[in-house]
Ligand binder design. Structure first.
Ligand SMILES: [Zn+2]
Length: 314
C-alpha cells in the first residue's frame, strides 16, 4: 500500500508518494500560484496524482493533505489561509472526486507533528509537541498517540500565544505573539534594529547565490563571532523558551520536536531557551521532556502521506 502526501504552502506545493514505512518513491513540486484560484489549483493537484497513478496503479490507496492555514478536517475545507489569501475553500472533496482516492486534510503543522511521531520517534513517544519554525510558527500535538484537533480543529495555534502584552506586531494583526518574536520575519526585524550595517552583513556572511540579510546570514554571522547576531539569537531563544514553558506546563509532552528553517540556528538559540525551561518552578515536566531538532524538510509531506494511510482508508 502506498500513500500520497501533499504539502500546500504559500509559495510551493509538494507531492510525494511513500510506502507504509515512510520511504520516498516519487515526488513532484510546483508553484502554488494561489492567485489563479483554488479550482485551477485542485486540477493541477489532480493532474500530478494522475501521473503517480500511471506509475503505481492500485498500490496507491489514499491522499493526505497538509495546508498552511485554519483547516476544518471534518469537512476537508481550508477555512482561512493568510498566506494563500483563500477563504472557505473545499479541497479534500473535489480532489477525491477527481482522483477516486480517499483524501484527508489537516493543518500543515499537524501533518508535520504526525511525521515527527512516525518518522522521528517511531511511535515510541505518545505525547509530542511539534513546533514548525519558518516565516511563522505553527504547532501540532500528538496526545496519547492521537492527533489533537480541539473542538473546532483549530488546536495548536501556538504561534499566537501572547508572550509580551502590547509587544511587537504579528502577521495575524495582533501584538506580542510568540511568532512576532521567533518567526523568521520577526527575528530579522529585531536584527535590523540592532545591527545597522545590513549591506556589510550580507557581503560578509550571506550564502553564495543568496545575497540576502536572512536567518542563514544571521546564523553565519553568529558562527563567526558577531556579537549582535549572537544577541539576536539569544533573545530568540529567550522568547521561544517563554512560549515553550507554558506549553510544556500545559501538555507535559515526552518530546518537543523543533523543525523548519529557523531551527537550524539551534546552536545559537538553544542555550537561552533551555535556561528559561530549567528556571521553571514545577520541575518534573522540564526535567523529563526531550528536545529534538529535526532537519528533515519532509516531515509535512511524508507525515501527510502516512496520516492518509492511517486515517484516510474507509
Ligand atoms: Zn499573532
Amino acid at each position: 500500500m502506498l500513500g500520497i502526501g501533499i504539502d500546500i504552502g504559500g509559495t510551493n506545493t509538494k507531492l510525494v508518494v511513500v510506502n507504509r514505512a515512510g520511504k520516498l518513491l516519487a515526488h513532484e513540486r510546483f508553484r502554488t500560484e494561489a492567485s489563479k484560484g483554488s479550482g485551477f489549483f485542485i486540477k493541477r493537484l489532480a493532474a500530478v496524482v494522475e501521473g503517480f497513478k500511471r506509475d503505481y496503479g492500485r498500490q496507491l490507496v489514499s491522499i493526505g493533505i497538509g495546508a498552511a492555514g485554519d483547516v476544518d478536517p471534518e469537512r476537508g475545507i481550508l477555512r482561512f489561509s493568510p498566506n494563500l489569501a483563500w477563504r472557505s475553500v473545499k479541497i479534500a472533496g473535489p480532489l477525491e472526486k477527481l482522483t477516486g482516492l480517499p483524501c484527508v486534510m489537516e493543518n500543515d503543522a499537524n501533518m508535520a507533528a504526525w511525521g515527527a511521531y512516525e518518522l522521528e520517534l517511531g511511535r515510541k513517544t505518545a505525547d509530542i509537541l511539534t513546533l514548525t519554525m519558518g516565516t511563522g510558527i505553527g504547532s501540532g500535538m500528538i496526545l496519547a498517540g492521537k492527533l489533537y484537533h480541539g473542538a473546532t480543529g483549530s488546536a495548536g495555534e501556538a504561534g499566537h500565544l501572547i508572550i509580551e502584552p502590547d509587544g511587537r506586531p504579528c502577521h495575524c494583526g495582533g501584538r506580542g505573539c510568540l511568532e512576532a518574536y521567533c518567526g523568521s520575519y520577526a527575528i530579522m526585524a529585531r536584527a535590523r534594529e540592532l545591527i545597522k550595517n545590513e549591506a556589510a552583513m550580507v557581503k560578509k556572511f550571506s550564502a553564495p547565490g543568496h545575497e540576502k540579510f536572512n536567518t542563514i546570514c544571521l546564523t553565519n554571522a553568529a558562527a563567526a563571532g558577531h556579537a549582535g547576531a549572537r544577541r539576536v539569537w539569544a533573545e530568540t531563544g529567550h522568547y521561544l523558551g517563554m512560549g515553550l514553558a507554558g506549553l510544556i506546563l500545559l501538555l507535559n509532552p515526552g518530546c518537543v520536536v523543533l523543525t523548519g528553517g529557523v531551527s537550524r540556528a539551534r546552536k545559537w538559540f538553544l542555550p537561552a531557551m533551555c535556561k528559561i525551561l530549567n528556571d521553571q518552578q514545577i520541575k518534573t515536566p522540564f526535567e523529563k521532556v526531550k528536545i529534538k531538532i529535526s532537519d528533515s524538510a519532509d516531515l509535512g509531506s511524508h507525515g501527510a502521506a502516512l496520516f492518509g494511510l492511517e486515517h484516510g482508508l474507509k
